[in-house]
Design a protein around this ligand. Structure first.
Ligand SMILES: Nc1ncnc2c1ncn2[C@@H]1O[C@H](COP(=O)(O)OP(=O)(O)OP(=O)(O)O)[C@@H](O)[C@H]1O
Ligand SMILES: [Mg+2]
Length: 299
C-alpha cells in the first residue's frame, strides 16, 4: 500500500540537502510569468502568474499534461519566445533574448550532419572567438566527459540516438552556460537507452557546476533525476504544485520501487491525471461503436 502523504516526508539527510540548496544563490528567477496566444478572436492563456526560484546547481523538472505550456516556458527562459507578462531573470539579469549563459538540448537531434562530433562541439566555441587549438582542447574535454572519446571524428549519422544526445549535451556544456535547459531530451530514445542516459546526465551534473531545467512526460524520469518537480496544469493553466523530491541521493534505478519513489509517483499521477468527473465516467454517455458481430462475444 502506498501511503498518500509519504511524498511529503523527508529523511533528515534529505531535509538538510534541501536546506543547503536554498542557501545557494538563485540562478533563475521567474516572477509573474504569463503567456497568452491569440486563438481566433480570443486569447488563450497558457499559464498566468508563474513564480519560481531555481537555485544554483539545482536539478528542476517541469512536468504536466500535453499542452500545459512546458515548452513555452522553456522557450521563454531560453529567450526564444516572449512572455505576455512577468519576467525571468538569469543571474539577476532580465532575459530578453538567447544568450551563451543558457545551453539548450531538445528532443530532436540538432547536430550539424556535415560536421564531425568534435567539429560540432567546437562550433559554438569558435563563434565565441576561441582559437582552433583552444576550441579543440575544450571540445575534447567535453567529448570525454560524455564518454565519447573514441568518436570525436565520427559523423552524426554514424552515432546512435543516445550518442547524438550525448554530443548535444557536450556541445551545450562546452559553452559553459549557467543553466542547461532540456526539453524532453530523451523522449525519442528506447527505454533502455533512456535509463542509461539518465545515469550519464546525473554523473555529469555531479561533476559540473551546472543548474538543470528539464522537461519530461515521464514520471519515473522526473523522480529519478530531480531535486524539485514543478507540476503545471491546464484548465486553468499554471502552477499546480512544486514537490521537494524525498528520494535520497545518490540515485539509482534500484530506488524505483522504494516507498518514497512510489509515493511521489502517486502524487504526480493524482495531479496530472485527476480522476474523470462523474458525467464523463458514466458508460451510458460514451459513444460506443460495435466492431464485432453479436455472436463473437469475448470475455
Ligand atoms: N506559437 C504559438 N501560437 C499559438 N499557440 C501556441 C504557440 N505555441 C504554443 N501554443 C499553445 O500553447 C499551449 C502550450 O504549448 P506547449 O508546446 O508549450 O505545451 P507542452 O506542455 O510543451 O506540450 P507537450 O507536452 O505536448 O510538448 C498549447 O495550447 C499550444 O497550442
Ligand atoms: Mg513540449
Amino acid at each position: 500500500m502506498i501511503d498518500p502523504a509519504a511524498y511529503l516526508r523527508q529523511s533528515p539527510e534529505t531535509a538538510a540537502r534541501f536546506a543547503r540548496i536554498k542557501e545557494r544563490p538563485v540562478i533563475l528567477e521567474v516572477r509573474g510569468l504569463t503567456k497568452s496566444f491569440p486563438t481566433g478572436d480570443r486569447m488563450h492563456t497558457v499559464f498566468e502568474g508563474l513564480d519560481l526560484d531555481i537555485h544554483r546547481r539545482e536539478f528542476i523538472t517541469v512536468i504536466g499534461p500535453s499542452g500545459c505550456g512546458k515548452s513555452t516556458f522553456l522557450r521563454i527562459a531560453a529567450g526564444l519566445d516572449e512572455a505576455t507578462g512577468g519576467v525571468i531573470r538569469l543571474n539577476g539579469k532580465e532575459v530578453t533574448g538567447p544568450g551563451p549563459d543558457r545551453g539548450m538540448v531538445f528532443q530532436g537531434y540538432t547536430l550539424f550532419p556535415w560536421l564531425t562530433v568534435k567539429a560540432n562541439v567546437m562550433f559554438g566555441l569558435k563563434l565565441k572567438g576561441q582559437s582552433t587549438i583552444t576550441a579543440e582542447e575544450n571540445a575534447r574535454t567535453w567529448i570525454h566527459m560524455v564518454g565519447l572519446g573514441n568518436f570525436e571524428n565520427a559523423y552524426p549519422h554514424q552515432l546512435s540516438g543516445g550518442m547524438k544526445q550525448r554530443v548535444a549535451i557536450a556541445r551545450a556544456l562546452a559553452n559553459e552556460p549557467r543553466i542547461l535547459i532540456m526539453d524532453e531530451p530523451f523522449g525519442a530514445l528506447d527505454a533502455q537507452t533512456r535509463t542509461r542516459m539518465q545515469g550519464y546526465l546525473l554523473q555529469i551534473w555531479r561533476k559540473v557546476d551546472i543548474t538543470i531545467l528539464f522537461i519530461t512526460h515521464d514520471l519515473d524520469e522526473a523522480i529519478h533525476l530531480s531535486d524539485r518537480i514543478v507540476v503545471l496544469g491546464t484548465h486553468p493553466g499554471g502552477l499546480r504544485e512544486i514537490i521537494e523530491n524525498p528520494v535520497p541521493r545518490p540515485r539509482s534505478a534500484a530506488q524505483f520501487p522504494s516507498p518514497e519513489f512510489l509515493a511521489v509517483k502517486a502524487r504526480l499521477e493524482a495531479l496530472i491525471h485527476p480522476p474523470a468527473s462523474a458525467d464523463i465516467d458514466e458508460p451510458d454517455f460514451l459513444p460506443m461503436a460495435r466492431m464485432t458481430r453479436v455472436a463473437d462475444e469475448v470475455e
